[in-house]
Design a protein around this ligand. Structure first.
Ligand SMILES: [Zn+2]
Length: 214
């Protein structure tokens, strides 16, 4: 998925969102199925709805305006440039979010610690790692946001630790911050490098590199 396209989470009776099955942004059709039990038709119940994705054809199930199936994947998928082992933790955090926001947040803090290591930091002290990333171009505003969700700062929670103060809101912000850090520190430099290679011929690149290193 292109990380520049905004992710639209699934919401009740919305006619378009990023599908909870195929992840694509797609048209969604809604209906209330009849309750057929032992040959009797008990009509439909407004509390019970199904929604069909126009792209993959799968049906999600909603009760009282809440997504029941598939397990709540109402947050964006991981940035594709995140290493596989961190992606696995991120995906698990997405899967458990609706039932355990605190478990989800604990996994996500672990993801941030691992991401720091992947970005060349020591991975022992997250405050020091994030400060170092700021010196390498991570915006200070991201550091401040990490302070608010207690990844860094005086009230920081140890990565992987369950914290009673965590909730759905904290977990949602952590998902966004991980993708933001990966976007700034991995995806953007990669795109700039590709652009540079496409725009500047190799002979000129060598001349520029030689000039800048002398
Ligand atoms: Zn779909």
């Amino acid at each position: 998925m292109n990380s520049n396209i905004p992710y639209v989470p699934a919401s009740y009776k919305s006619d378009g969102f990023n599908c909870t099955f195929c992840s694509a942004y797609a048209k969604q059709a809604w209906g209330h199925p009849n309750r057929n039990v032992s040959g009797g038709n008990y009509g439909h119940d407004d509390n019970f709805a199904i929604c069909r994705c126009d792209r993959c054809g799968n049906f999600s199930i909603w009760i009282k305006e809440k997504l029941i199936y598939p397990p709540s994947l109402t947050v964006p998928p991981p940035n594709p440039d995140i290493p596989e082992d961190i992606k696995t933790d991120f995906e698990e955090a997405r899967t458990i979010l609706s039932n355990s926001p605190r478990g989800s947040a604990a996994l996500l803090r672990l993801c941030i610690q691992k991401l720091c290591t992947h970005l060349g930091e020591k991975g022992k002290n997250i405050n020091a790692d994030i400060a170092s990333l700021v010196s390498k171009g991570l915006p200070v505003k991201i550091q401040q946001a990490l302070d608010i969700v207690r990844v860094v700062g005086n009230n920081a929670v140890h990565p992987g630790q369950i914290d009673l103060k965590d909730n759905m809101d904290t977990a949602n912000r952590l998902f966004g911050l991980i993708n933001l850090i990966a976007g700034v520190m991995i995806t953007q430099p990669k795109h700039v490098e590709e652009l540079y290679k496409n725009v500047v011929p190799e002979s000129q690149r060598k001349a520029i590199e030689k000039r800048d290193s002398s």
